[in-house]
Design a protein around this ligand. Structure first.
Ligand SMILES: [Zn+2]
Ligand SMILES: [Zn+2]
Length: 551
């Protein structure tokens, strides 16, 4: 590239900058010392500083050239950013309207102009200049200094970056090395020296609760956030340059917690979430829930899946001053539930404060749950034990439930298993005891269930279902159907159907609301006298997916 072309390029860059800066106003007296505050109206300090950098670089270059070639002009020549000519002799504040008088410094090398172009090709602020400006603001600790350029040199802590910058700066400027005590730092007010102390307080706060994963969050005091912004402004870098105080705090305290407790950081539902509140001088350890997956069988009728509060007394067990006569004062319609037979045992073994039962749907209160059972998750709040032996837990529950309920396949599960169990599409297999109101021929029965198999059933919201629920007709598939006559008026019918298929109505027809139905096809009244669920299976894949289990 020839000298003329370089010169043109330098001009283009410079004109661009000058235009950006507000041109004439910039030239008319705002070129103070490096870092000089400019009228915020222009809001362009960053670009201005960039041009100052260019000028500084040129001064340095000219000094070098002068030394080498004995150029006759002063160190204090002003660089006119519009023309990139030096103007002078004079002081920098004499830059007003100099463009027309400017003259090209004799002997300005191509090299010097090239430097300008390279320097301006992007934001090339030297880290040492940033550090120098930052250090000029007052005592800034190594971590706060290093955090300004945290994106540089992976593998260093910010304190190491800051310490290195301070050392390099002292060497560059040949000045005495003066370390800053973290306690004296005006930016973090000494907080960057408290990582160890906070880590210890955090592990104290969690007490003896067992955990494998954790995360640390920090609430930054507003004053420190202001200091951070001020430091960046003074250092002439972007407001979001480097790393925020908060994330350094989270990481540095986090690393130490991990070392102290031999646990791992996790950003996705950690076992323990620590929150450090610097302004309040407090640390909170929130112990997240633990989850146990399994499948239950309900071997006795009239047990609801979960506690069923009495509607008459809203679960209080009282009506005025008297015990509620609807529930006998217990507050519940049923003495037991699958939840009551299982959740307290898990809560006890995990030493939690509460336990919640989540089922993959529910059977009717009077239906048994047999066969392979129904998937469920028990969520234990604030457990102090997580690594429980599931085999042992299983026998503890089965002993406690004493034959009314049985569980199997217990596994420690993730938080996501709750949604999996509640939302995963499942088909159901049922066994229904059916009574007919007239004699039914065995062949006719076999023919009727053949016609049900593979059909799509339309069901209007059944009579027995909550009347407040909006009535609608829905379609559900019958995957399989079979029947075994017990006598002329009774049969055992097995149905495999899509989730949501109402079985009692599929048998009875629900006064025409379900079509087709066994009663409709036979032309004989039919009613379910006992209904059991024998399997609850994922439609597309099993509930048990290892992604939802721990260990
Ligand atoms: Zn600091
Ligand atoms: Zn009651």
């Amino acid at each position: 590239m020839g000298a003329a072309a370089l010169d043109a390029e330098a001009r283009a860059v410079a004109v661009d900058d000058a235009a950006f800066l507000g041109g004439v106003e910039y030239l008319s007296g705002e070129r103070g010392a490096r870092g000089h505050r400019l009228d915020p109206v222009y809001g362009l300090r960053k670009r201005q500083l960039l041009v100052f950098e260019v000028c500084e670089k040129l001064h340095a270059e000219f000094d070098r050239l002068r030394a080498r070639r004995r150029l006759g002009h002063s160190r204090h020549h002003v660089i006119d950013p519009l023309n990139f000519h030096t103007v002078g002799p004079g002081r920098r504040d004499e830059g007003r309207a100099v463009g027309r008088e400017a003259h090209r410094p004799h002997g300005q090398s191509v090299e010097a102009r090239k430097t300008v172009i390279e320097w301006d090709a992007g934001v090339r602020m030297d880290v040492l200049d940033v550090a120098a400006r930052a250090a000029d603001t007052g005592p800034v600790c190594d971590a706060c200094l290093g955090r300004l350029v945290a994106e540089r040199s992976f593998g260093l802590s910010n304190a190491e970056r800051g310490s290195a910058l301070r050392t390099a700066l002292a060497l560059r400027d040949d000045e005495d090395y003066e370390p800053v005590e973290t306690a004296d730092c005006w930016v973090c007010e000494g907080r960057c020296g408290e990582f160890d102390a906070w880590a210890e307080r955090a592990t104290d706060a969690v007490g003896d609760a067992e955990f494998e994963t954790y995360n640390v969050g920090t609430r930054t005091p507003p004053l420190i956030e202001e200091n951070e912004a001020l430091l960046r402004e003074e250092a002439g870098v972007d407001a979001d340059a480097g790393e925020p105080f908060k994330s350094e705090y989270n990481r540095e305290v986090g690393k130490r917690v991990g070392r102290l407790t031999d646990t791992e950081v996790s950003f996705d539902r950690p076992d323990v979430q620590f929150t450090i509140d610097l302004a309040e001088d407090a640390v909170d350890a929130k112990v997240n829930s633990a989850f146990v997956y399994g499948r239950y069988r309900k071997l006795e009728r009239d047990i609801p899946q979960t506690e069923w509060p009495c509607r008459e007394c809203n679960g209080s067990g009282r009506q005025g001053a008297d015990p509620c006569d609807h529930c006998g004062g217990s507050g519940y319609l049923y003495d037991d539930s699958v939840e009551e037979y299982t959740a307290p045992v898990v809560e006890d073994v995990m030493d939690g404060t509460d336990a919640t039962f989540h089922g993959a749907g529910r059977e009717d209160v009077d239906a048994l749950m047999l066969g392979t059972g129904r998937p469920f998750v028990i969520e234990v709040a604030e457990p102090r034990r997580r690594r429980v032996e599931t085999d042992r837990l299983q026998s503890d529950i089965n002993a406690f439930a004493d034959g009314a309920v049985e569980v199997e396949g217990l596994m420690l599960a993730t938080y996501d298993m709750v949604e999996r169990v509640k939302e995963h599409d499942a088909s159901k297999r049922y066994r229904a005891e059916v009574a007919f109101d007239a004699d039914v021929d065995g062949d006719a029965l076999a023919d009727a269930v053949d016609r049900l198999e593979g059909t799509t059933v339309e069901q209007y919201t059944p009579n027995r279902v909550d009347h407040r629920r909006a009535g609608l007709t829905r379609e559900r598939d019958v995957y399989g159907a079979s029947a075994e006559p017990d006598d002329a008026r009774h049969a055992t019918v097995e149905i495999h159907g899509a989730g949501g298929l109402y079985i009692k109505e599929l048998i009875s027809g629900d006064e025409g609301r379900t079509e087709p139905s066994l009663a409709g096809i036979l032309g004989v009244g039919a009613e379910v006298t006992a209904l059991d669920v024998v399997a609850v299976e994922g439609e597309t894949e099993p509930f048990e997916d290892e992604a939802f289990f721990r260990e």
